[in-house]
Design a protein around this ligand. Sequence first.
Ligand SMILES: [Zn+2]
Length: 148
Amino acid sequence: MSNLDKSNPDQQLPDAVPVAKSDDEWRRELTPDEYRVLRQAGTERPFTGEYWDSREEGVYACRACGAELFASGQKFDAHCGWPSFWAPLAEGSVRYLRDSALGMERIEVRCASCDSHLGHVFEGEGFGTPTDQRYCINSVSLSLRPAR
Ligand SMILES: [Zn+2]
């Protein structure tokens, strides 16, 4: 089963993603919480994830496929209850989709490697970061690889 809306071209899956697994495979490999967020675009409750206030140095990889997505150097404290970054590790490591769910126009952020949901990106909030963008990412979508 897919929850993609075929009438909205923005919601189409790309022709090929490097990591393409069936829904059953994802369901087996991920915990229920991971599956709900990563594969069903769910959102963890704020201030509950393991990384929202983490200041540990390292690289944040996709919990589903292991692709490196964000780095602690671009993490900042937005007091919003989710890990927040002002830029991805590299442009191209994530992809963007228009999300009109819940009556809001938002930009969804997905892993470019496996198309899993990560969170949303907001702009112009005045956080004083180099980009004035806030990648608001679910902790459960990420796995921190600490710097050694
Ligand atoms: Zn991924």
